[in-house]
Design a protein around this ligand. Structure first.
Ligand code: PEP
Ligand code: MG
Length: 658
């Protein structure tokens, strides 16, 4: 019994939809194959199915043989013809992390430490720290490379099967943990599917039967399957190679009777040292215990840096291969302002750092008195000192710091956490929680700013030579009303609960504002017709492209406020990639060219009588705040850790003698 069809499953049978398809296939007794072109695979193996690379709109055949073949074919064809198959649960993990975000530096030759043990990277989150090193370089597995005698083979196969059971049990324990976020749960469940899949087991057992020890066989089998994934023409499936390696590693550890420690075990006060760490991995680590972050990858405006700053954790990033030299360090001193790192500092350096830390703690304590101050200009005009945040988990830190609202809520982290786009209802709930938490202060939500360095699952980005100059921010949103409208509808619904404002990223033309307004009007009409509560909001734009600066006087007539995004504005004015440490010196907001662009924007906004704020990292710099206030800015939004210092600076500016 067989039937052909065109696959309508959104984005094809990758990850979660493949797993669900397999689950459905396994509920039938029949032998079932899925055929695409010349290739045919068992529909009961998710690895084989993913390797078949079935995409949306591909033609496939479902072939079944057995007592329930007719029912099986009917059910599986129905599944393949439903665009929402496998995607109907909220909160699935980001299983489709595109390969580009998974780059791991290859350990290369270690360089010699400078005589005083000093290394220099990019100062990415201010502050000094001294603490015990916590190198997070998962060990390479040592292969046994043992040739088995004929009578050892079956015992080795049994040893492998036991290891599979151990790994599955370990994964079940993790899945049962009450504190697990939904996204983590999705990741672990998908890894468990791979561990349970026949493809990896069959390949391993065949190598063992050929006389190879189990550890070496698992390694060989995982490498083979992973290579097949990495050679596929699909970034979602390429990322499965990492999953296969991860499962292979777990199997090897189980064979060796070992278990791996994750970041959850990081000791209190430790300095985390890694070759590469994902923003999301860092976000869910026990940040309160981490006293410093050192990383081979990343730059001052990468999202790892933003998370570190949000939590007041000193960080030095972009150390490149030098980070390998820190693998064996016991103690680390780091300066997140200058980018200096000292491995096992000598007595003099230790005393110097202890002294600086003591001073910083004193300053910190002294700054606390500014927490509840309402900052004002000398003429009495209120200066809103607000927080930049990217998730609801950061609300508490912002409130504790004394934030007068939120000047930038980066919605992309919300989109990046999931395997598919967050629903309108889910977004409504999140934006409403935010608006309520800070009422009566304003909360400025930035509409989705993905593309370039921030891809999300569910949006297929074209291959671009210069993604930072490509399809990102408002450009992508206007081309994808199916993504943009649910966000705008959610914002209109959430606006009922507080003082919500909305701003658009990467604006470079007036028409982008006009087109957004038209979509907002459509959304309002729809919501009213559906009887849903909603309220209109102030619409503003980020000024972060040179084009927006040059048309600022015209833009000011179209919007309720400006928020200057100095991170991008600096990179675009200076033509210096914000993530490239080699051009870090050019990426300087104090450069007269960038300061002139900020002044032009402020002038245009002030003359038009609209609020001009700033949400780029420069907003929290005491050396620049007086200049920004002189220019006419009345809102400064920054990492919560910078708020009290900014308020102090504003107080001194308003009454210089006090
Ligand atoms: C900016 O560009 O200054 C900004 C605040 O946005 P992001 O850092 O998220 O690009
Ligand atoms: Mg930006």
């Amino acid at each position: 019994m067989e039937r052909s069809t065109i696959v309508r499953v959104h984005e094809g049978l990758h990850a979660r939809p493949a797993t669900r398809f397999v689950k459905l296939a396994k509920s039938f007794e029949s032998e079932i194959d899925l055929v695409k072109g010349e290739k045919s695979v068992s529909a009961k193996s998710s690895v084989k199915l993913m390797l078949l690379g079935v995409k949306e709109n591909d033609e496939v055949i479902v072939r079944a043989q057995g007592a329930d073949a007719i029912e099986a074919v009917e059910a599986l064809i129905g599944y393949l013809e439903n665009p929402k198959s496998g995607l109907d649960e909220e909160g699935q993990a980001d299983r489709g992390k595109p390969k580009a975000t998974n780059t791991a530096a290859t350990p290369e030759l270690a360089m010699n430490l400078a005589a005083d043990g000093r290394l220099k990277g990019v100062g990415a989150s201010e502050g000094v720290s001294l603490g015990l090193a916590h190198p997070h370089f998962p060990d390479e597995i040592k292969l046994e490379n043992r040739k088995l005698a004929a009578d050892e083979v079956e015992a080795e196969v049994a040893r492998f099967r036991d290891a599979v059971v151990v790994v599955q049990k370990r994964m079940d324990v993790s899945l049962a943990a009450g504190n697990l976020a939904e996204s983590d749960r999705g990741i672990i469940a998908a890894l468990k599917d791979i561990a349970a899949d026949d493809t990896l087991s069959e390949e391993t057992i065949s190598l063992i039967r050929g006389g190879m020890d189990a550890v070496t066989a698992v390694f060989g089998a995982a490498s083979k399957v992973a290579t097949e994934f990495s050679e596929m023409d699909d970034p979602y499936l390429n990322a499965r190679a990492d999953d296969v390696h991860a499962v292979g590693r777990q199997l090897c550890l189980a064979l060796l009777g070992r278990e791996e420690g994750g970041l959850e075990d990081i000791p209190d006060g430790a300095i985390l040292i890694a070759r590469d760490i994902g923003a999301w991995d860092l976000a869910r680590a026990p940040l309160k215990r981490i006293r410093g972050v050192i990383c081979g990858h990343g730059g001052a405006t990468s999202h790892v840096a933003i998370i570190a700053r949000a939590h007041g954790i000193p960080a030095v990033l972009g150390l490149g291969n030098q980070v390998e030299q820190l693998r064996t360090a016991k103690q680390i001193a780091l300066d997140g302002g200058t980018g200096e790192v000292f491995a096992d500092p000598d007595g003099e350096t230790t005393v110097r750092f202890e002294e600086r830390i003591r001073k910083a703690e004193e300053e910190h304590a002294a700054l606390k008195v500014f927490r509840d101050v309402v900052s004002k200009r000398s003429d009495g005009v209120i200066i809103e000192v607000a927080a930049n945040i990217g998730s609801l988990e950061e609300i508490e830190a912002a409130q504790e710091a004394g934030a007068m609202g939120v000047g930038l809520f980066r919605t992309e982290l919300l989109f990046m956490r999931h395997m598919h786009l967050p629903s309108e209802d889910m977004q409504t709930e999140i934006y409403s929680t935010l608006a309520k938490a800070f009422a009566p202060h304003p909360v400025i939500v930035r509409t989705l700013d993905v593309g370039g360095d921030k891809p999300v699952a569910g949006v297929e980005f074209p291959d671009e030579e210069n993604p930072f100059l490509g399809w990102r921010g408002i450009r992508m949103c206007l081309d994808r009303p199916d993504i943009f409208k649910p966000q705008l509808r959610a914002l209109l619904r959430a606006a009922v609960h507080g003082k919500l404002k909305v701003m658009l990223p990467m604006v470079s033309e007036i028409s982008e504002v006009a087109r957004t307004r038209a979509l907002i009007a459509d959304c309002e009409t729809e919501l009213k017709a559906e009887g849903k509560d909603c309220r209109s909001f102030d619409l503003g734009v980020m000024i972060e492209t040179p084009a927006a600066v040059l048309i600022a006087p015209m833009l000011a007539r179209e919007v309720a406020f400006f928020s200057i995004g100095t991170n991008d504005l600096t990179q675009y004015v200076m033509a210096a990639d914000r993530l490239n440490p080699t051009v870090a010196a050019l990426n300087d907001v104090k450069n007269p060219a960038v300061m002139a662009a900020i002044a032009m924007t402020a002038k245009a906004g002030v003359e038009a009588g609209i609020m001009v704020g700033m949400c780029g990292e420069a907003a929290g710099r005491p050396d620049l705040i007086p200049e920004f206030i002189r220019m006419g800015l009345t809102e400064l939004s920054m990492s919560p850790a910078s708020i009290q210092r900014a308020k102090k600076c504003l107080a001194e500016l308003a009454s210089p003698s006090s």
